[in-house]
Write a protein that binds this ligand. Structure first.
Ligand code: CP
Length: 304
């Protein structure tokens, strides 16, 4: 039976730990003079992106090349989807060309699951609407493990637009399964109504979140989804919830800063902090390649 990665909600603690451990092994491979292994030679992976992406798309493609897989990139805007072809017909036609795995990003939650119902290929979710972005959650956890040794009892506050964030959901599920403590912070309009049901702390004052946390995972304000007046203005959001040196100076501790990207500099995160001594943002991007190699390898069926 094909193995898929649809979300961290559906992964056990043991499965997450295995992916992370394999990710660290591949990180060692990437530090070699020739950062390439023949692990997926003969396998064909299709990157099916219906939404824009820089990090996830390039990272998956690099991971596939480092594993010696054959890769094909699909872009909705230049495909027959633009002529009205359905998702099911698209995947069935691609599958007819003999593929093994599909990495999919789509604006609608549930599309990766839908694809498991119409193809025999292994499906990897690269972000589905507001639902999950499991490889982002895993690479975030890998980056924290690398820095702290373990995430058990680590206090991670996720700041900002939780309501629209698949990254928040994957981080909450993954971190909690590994024993971390998770808090959410943002304006009430950007926090889901029943957020406490996730077993997280909720702060509406960023100074309280900063005082509580070891790590701030700052989310992008999704400006394209803010037409309905969920906060009064960018200026007010930056003042109240933007992560700045001034707010960090109020506490006597080093706080690790994460961001999944892309960053709205000066809105959710002060320009200088994004590149500063507390930031692990580019470590997240670096780890993404090794972590995605681990997911592709473990879900390919090779070695099992
Ligand atoms: N973090 C993330 O998913 O970035 P992209 O949208 O650039 O892939």
């Amino acid at each position: 039976m094909k193995d898929h990665l649809l979300g961290l909600e559906y992964c056990s603690k043991q499965e997450i730990e295995k992916i992370l451990k394999t990710g660290f092994s591949f990180k060692e491979v990437l530090s070699r003079p020739i950062p390439k292994v023949p692990t997926l030679r003969g396998k064909t992976v299709v990157n099916l992106f219906f939404e824009n992406s820089t990090r996830t798309r390039i990272s998956f493609e690099l991971a596939q090349k480092r594993l010696s897989a054959d890769t094909v990139n699909f872009s909705a805007s230049s495909s027959s989807v633009a002529k009205g072809e359905s998702l099911r017909d698209t995947i069935r036609n691609i599958e007819a060309m003999k593929i093994d795995m599909v990495v999919v990003r789509h604006k609608s939650p549930g599309v990766p699951y839908f694809l498991t119902q119409c193809t025999d290929a292994s499906i990897i979710n690269a972000g589905d609407g507001l639902h999950e972005h499991p490889t982002q959650g895993l690479l975030d956890i890998m980056t924290l493990q690398e820095k702290f040794g373990t995430v058990e009892n680590l206090k991670v506050a996720i700041i900002g637009d939780i309501l629209h964030s698949r990254v928040a959901r994957s981080n909450i599920y993954g971190l909690q399964k590994l024993g971390a403590k998770v808090a959410l912070c943002g304006p009430p309009t950007l926090i889901p109504v029943h957020a406490e049901d996730w077993g997280v702390e909720v702060f509406y004052d960023i100074n309280e979140a900063v005082a509580w946390a070891d790590v701030l995972n700052v989310l992008r304000i999704q400006l394209e989804r803010q037409g309905s007046g969920l906060f009064p203005s960018r200026r007010e959001y930056a003042q109240r919830f933007g992560v700045t040196r001034e707010k960090l100076r109020k506490v006597d501790k080093d706080i690790t800063i994460m961001h999944p990207g892309p960053i709205n500099r000066g809105l959710e995160l002060e320009h200088d902090l994004a590149d500063g001594e507390f930031s692990v943002i580019l470590n997240q991007v670096t780890n993404g390649v090794a972590l995605r190699m681990a997911v592709l390898y473990l879900k390919s069926g090779v070695g099992s």
